[in-house]
Write a protein that binds this ligand. Structure first.
Ligand code: SF4
Ligand SMILES: [Zn+2]
Length: 316
C-alpha cells in the first residue's frame, strides 16, 4: 500500500471527513433482529440483537461507522430499558440476547449506570446476554452488572489487529496490554470474552491483511478469548473513503475471508465467526458469490471447514 506520511490520522481528521448522522429516535432502538449462532455448548440457537440508540462513542476509531446511528447527547435515564422492552415486544422469544450500543455498554454516558438494575430485570429470562465494550472501559461496573444479571454475561471487545503500527493508526487509543488486561479481568471474573478482529484494515495489502487477521486470532485465543469474530473492513464512514481514494485502503476479498475463517477453525481453540453482513462489497464474481456466502454461513454455524468453491475468480 502507498505510504501515508502526508496524513495525520487523529480525531479531528476522522470526524471532519464524516457525513451526516442518520435521524434516530432516542426512545427506540435503531434496529433489532434475530440471527442464528452456534453457542459455546455447540447448539445452534436464535440470538436476538438489539441495536440501542444512545450517545455517540467517545472514541473515534478510523474504521468505525457506528456513530451514524447515535445521538449527540446522552439519552434520558430510563430510555435504554424502555428501548429494550419495546424491542423484545416486537420479537419472538429466544434464549440469547446481544445488546449492542454502537459503543461501549460500560460507557455510563451511553448507558446510564442507574439503568443497570432495570435492564437486568427486563432481560432476566434470557440464558445469555452479550454486550460490547472498549477494553479500557472494562472495570468494576461490569461486575456490578454481572451481579445484577440472572443470565450469563459475555463481553465482546474490538481487538482489531495485533499489528502495532496499524493499531496505533486506527486511533482506538488502545494498546495490546489494555486488551489483555481487560480479557484477564473478565476471565478471572468468569465472564467470557469475545474479540472482534479486522480483516484488512487500511495500509495493508491483501496478503498482509490475511496474515495479521490470523495473528490477531492467535493472540486473542492465547490470552483467553473464547470467541473471535472476523470483520472484513469496509469504507463508507468518510475517513475510510478518503483512504480508498488515496490508495491506502482497499476492502478485502471474500476469498480472504474464507482463508481466515478456515485458519481460525483449524486452530480448534474456540469459536470463530465471520461477519456475513453485506458481503457483496467483497466480491465481484456473480458466479460464485452466493455459494461462497452460503459456505461462510454454514461454517459459522457448524464450526467445521467445508470444501471451498472453485471458480474462475480464484486467480484474480
Ligand atoms: S470504540 Fe468501537 S464504537 Fe467506539 S469508535 Fe471505536 S470501533 Fe467505534
Ligand atoms: Zn467466482
Amino acid at each position: 500500500m502507498n505510504e501515508n506520511s502526508d496524513l495525520r490520522i487523529n480525531d479531528k481528521w476522522i470526524v471532519s471527513n464524516r457525513g451526516k448522522k442518520n435521524t434516530v429516535d432516542p426512545e427506540k432502538p435503531y434496529a433489532w433482529l434475530i440471527e442464528k449462532e452456534r453457542t459455546v455448548s455447540g447448539k445452534i440457537e436464535d440470538f436476538a440483537i438489539i441495536f440501542l440508540t444512545n450517545r455517540e462513542c467517545p472514541y473515534h476509531c478510523l474504521m468505525c461507522d457506528l456513530w451514524k446511528n447515535t445521538t449527540d447527547q446522552s439519552v434520558r435515564v430510563g430510555a435504554i430499558p424502555d428501548q429494550i422492552e419495546w424491542a423484545l415486544n416486537q420479537m419472538s422469544d429466544v434464549k440469547h440476547l446481544k445488546l449492542y450500543n454502537s459503543g461501549s455498554f460500560f460507557d455510563t454516558s451511553a448507558i446510564p449506570y442507574k439503568d443497570y438494575e432495570r435492564i437486568a430485570s427486563i432481560v432476566s429470562e434470557f440464558e445469555t446476554v452479550i454486550v460490547e465494550s472498549h477494553p479500557r472501559l472494562i472495570n468494576e461496573k461490569c461486575l456490578h452488572f454481572r451481579d445484577l444479571l440472572k443470565p450469563e454475561l459475555q463481553v465482546a471487545m474490538g481487538l482489531e489487529t495485533v499489528n502495532l503500527e496499524i493499531l496505533q493508526k486506527l486511533n482506538k487509543r488502545m494498546t495490546l496490554d489494555h486488551f489483555k488486561n481487560a480479557v484477564s479481568f473478565l476471565t478471572q471474573n468468569k465472564i467470557l470474552a469475545r474479540a472482534f478482529v479486522l480483516l484488512r484494515p487500511p495500509f495493508l495489502s491483501e496478503s498482509e491483511g490475511v496474515f495479521w487477521a490470523e495473528r490477531s486470532i492467535d493472540y486473542a485465543f492465547s490470552i483467553g478469548v473464547e470467541c473471535c469474530t472476523v470483520i472484513p473492513v469496509r469504507g463508507g464512514n468518510g475517513a475510510m473513503d478518503q483512504l480508498l481514494e488515496k490508495g491506502q485502503f482497499s476492502p478485502p476479498d471474500i476469498h480472504s475471508l474464507e482463508t481466515v475463517l478456515e485458519y481460525g477453525l483449524g486452530l480448534n481453540a474456540g469459536r470463530v465467526f465471520v461477519d456475513v453482513w453485506d458481503l457483496g462489497t467483497f466480491s465481484d464474481c456473480d458466479k460464485c458469490f452466493d455459494k461462497r456466502t452460503k459456505r461462510l454461513i454454514e461454517m459459522n454455524l457448524s464450526q467445521k471447514i467445508t470444501g471451498r468453491e472453485k471458480c474462475r475468480c480464484d486467480s484474480d
